[in-house]
Design a binder for this molecule. Sequence first.
Ligand code: NAP
Length: 459
Amino acid sequence: MTLSTYFMEATYLIASILFVFALKGMSHPETARRGMFLAEGGMLAAIIGTLIGAHIVTWVWIIAGLSIGSIIGAWMAIWVPMTAMPQRTALSHAFGALAAALVGVGEFLVHANDMPSITRWALGFEVMLGALTTTGSLIAAGKLQGVIHGKPIQFKGQNVVNALIFLTMATSFFIFIAHPEKVAVFYIMLGLAFVFGVMLVIPIGSADMPVVMSLLNSYAGLAAAATGFVLGNNVLIIAGTLDGFSGFILSVLMCKAMNRSITNVLFGGFGAVIAGATTDAGGVMREISLDDAAMQLAFASRVIFVPGYGLATAQAQHAVRELAELLEGRGVTVKYAIHPVAGRMPGHMNVLLAEANVPYSSLYEMEQINPEFPSTDVAVVIGANDVVNPDARDNPKSLIAGMPILEVDRAKSVIVLKRGQGRGFSGLENPLFFKSCTSMLYGDAKSSLSHLAQAVQHV
Ligand code: NAP
């Protein structure tokens, strides 16, 4: 081994260690930022090590790739709003997976006939997973952005068609392993994998897209790990495996938080059959004036804020912190209740509130806070809907029956901040809004919170 190869392997080791610590850091909101820095450091170490240690055929392509990638990455980081983060993440998966698939095609063109059979297995997996993750992630991004219809796209015989595509793709894979000289078979496998990615994601509704993305993240990681085997690159094997399994664990956790199984998410067509679901919701929604809401808050002794997707769209995280500080200044005990799938991506609320410097000690997870609602004077629901829908608990016929919820309806009084009669992501009516303890404060969450803060100051 040359000195530069030693250097490369050392940077790979450092990068792998940094990735492990990064994951550890990201497991807690307080250390998540540090985790991200560690991950960035690891990635930088891996890139520098590769540039110094690997055999570079031409710098032109490397510099072109680095420049284009950096420009697109910086553009996405600066301009994409927080609310569009899920589709941005889906695009990143598509890029990563496409890179893995293309590296696989490159390796096939150069080495297919002189590669050991075990490496051909890895190459086949890399190309298949990479290709299907690319198109799957693009469809997921399109659905989340609203470019493609968010409802599940289903047709008669869909499962048969999908099974046929899968079987033909798998058969091509095995023929490729046995006969790498059959170039056409390799490209059939590649083409079918691209098609399979589309077929896999179109029958899934956009409400389930975050889970799908986390699964696709897992596939992209495994494709990268397979790339590592093909190239004999240790850092890719380690990082890809970490990515693959953390994505899978996240998918399982999200399904658990929605009381759904992975198979139900992938094949259930959630959102397609809302007509079959029923709710007892009815009656009138009682509106509350800004001054009355401010009075309730100012004279309460315990208040719980319940943020949801509307807080994210309104970018109301700073406004809620300001109101909370005012109330605390008056001696009110303020807590924040965080539902695991509030918003549109895991940790969405934690990230937003941390950005506004809400102390982490004020955030409470669902299991911790639910017993506290009965002794709470006012629960303020800020742009949350599905995660506070009591039908999930009380109505076995509901489409979201069994999904654990924040039990705000058990508080003495509930004030709901939303713009109008809009429904949550599931599209279901919410009986909470018709309960006698609930009153509605209509308007954009940010402006409602700012006006409430002003009104509280005058109480
Ligand atoms: P939600 O059910 O989607 O409800 C959001 C509510 O916010 C809407 O009813 C809307 O009503 C209101 N709203 C929108 N913009 C607003 C604004 N500017 N100001 C005030 N209110 C506004 O949100 P959620 O309760 O957070 O539930 C999340 C949903 O996403 C769940 O169904 C969950 O299962 C799903 N999901 C989340 C994840 C995840 O990882 N977080 C993953 C998978 C699925 P108006 O239009 O009337 O204002």
